[in-house]
Design a protein around this ligand. Sequence first.
Ligand code: FAD
Ligand code: NAD
Length: 479
Amino acid sequence: MAEHYDVVIIGGGPAGYVAAIRCAQLGLNTACVDQWINARGKPALGGTCLNVGCIPSKALLESSERFQQARSELAGHGIRVGGVELDLAGMLARKDKIVRELTQGIAQLFKANKVTWIQGRGQLLANKQVAVQEHGREKPRTLDAEHVVLAPGSSPMQLDTAPLQDDLIVDSTGALEFRDVPGRLGIIGAGVIGLELGSVWRRLGADTVTLLEAQETFLPFIDEQMARDALRTYAAQGLDIQLGSRVTACEVKNGTVTINYQNSVGEHQAEFDKVIVAVGRRPNTNKLAADEAMLLMDEWCFIHVDEQCKTNLPGVYAIGDAVRGPMLAHKGSEEGVMVAELIAGRSARVNYGTIPSVIYTLPEIAWVGETEQALKAAGRDYRSGVFPFAASGRARAMGDAGGFIKVLADAESDRILGVHMIGPHCSELISEAVIAMQLGGSAEDIAMTMFAHPTLSESFHEAALAVHDRPLHIFQRKT
Ligand code: FAD
Ligand code: NAD
């Protein structure tokens, strides 16, 4: 006899575990099947994000930033620090402790909310049944559900020309575990992971960090002005970003990786001590559903869903990295809340127009909504206001006054269409823009709002004032 649940969720990452908690809060008898085994051989909740993604990468970004500050930036504040040394083992242990505590925290939340955590691999069968192969057990278990939520997440994409090898050619997971700082670090792909992890190892002392990027345009999906600023700043930090470079082969010899690559100039060869492959991620949908289930996928193996994350099968939803849209933890979590509400018979939607994105380098890059180039391409009539952090008293006091905030508003209605920021603490500042857009706010609404002084948020205020040619702390001619 199959065990019966109101909801069975496959995947315990930020999409699946949030869906499970919200389902339980809404009174639904919920099970979450997750197959993750951590580096210590133990089942762990939290998926990619908590175990090998957002959290460990941000722990290392934070630690490496502090190391760099202590080594070379505090002097600018009139603080002399002598004998700064890297304790890499200590830094990695701190990261692992944070991951352990947070993943255990999810397990406690499951317990408190009475979510059943089933440790093993799940497969969707026909008629909303789920077969589970539990870790360490031979006999599969069958679950019966009123509703099934598929949240299997994604895994790093592999390259035939650069197959992973020991700790020499690694993916993002391996790049969070280097036991020594690589002297010459090569990164294939100058996307979000390449830039964040490249920054970590450069700050920790890598002599050279070279990013080989296939595309000719750097970060084509962000505001063009921000991309130009970012490229210049990263270069000054020692990130050597080679655009239009295609890797054709990799060879490991005597502990060194030789990469052959092509660009518009010709063929090149470069030697590295370690190489990180960071060329995107693909959905974990292989054998997620038995053929008899008839689950519809698209040509790239993402699960086909509508705006409400409903699949082609009645009562079966799919959320997170395995469905269309950006591969971001918060996007998956919001989809998790939405499907829980829908299952409980409530109305719910995700506002896909206000998903914030952040690149956690220095400077931080954050954006929400439309880019200026997309508005131009669509022929939209808009107004733009820009305020540089160089004119912010707080940014100056912090000694971190590079970058700017740009607000784009509809020329007629003044409604905010997009906000783009590069500079200090933009990962936090972007939420102000998200709230404004979520509430349908205009540039004038922000202009009329009072911001505390001296704060970085005042720059958002000033950029909104600049939309109407009236910033107070920079001179701007009327357009
Ligand atoms: P996952 O987190 O991938 O979770 C899916 C879970 O399902 C996993 O535990 C998996 O083992 C399990 N699973 C899969 N198939 C099955 C099955 N058949 N049966 C049982 N279990 C199964 N995003 C951000 O928003 N901010 C960041 O700062 C950020 N930083 C990142 C840094 C790195 C280095 C990486 C790699 C990613 C980062 N991301 C970040 C992306 C983020 O991790 C993902 O968008 C997010 O984890 C997706 O959540 P998910 O629940 O869809 O999938
Ligand atoms: P990405 O899509 O951001 O970047 C991959 C880059 O690799 C692209 O620029 C692509 O052009 C390039 N590329 C692809 N094939 C190549 C090849 N053969 N040779 C050279 N370059 C090649 O992917 P990622 O950096 O691997 O990150 C994966 C996902 O994880 C992203 O979608 C992102 O949303 C998520 N993530 C988010 C954050 C964050 O929110 N701060 C951090 C890390 C990861």
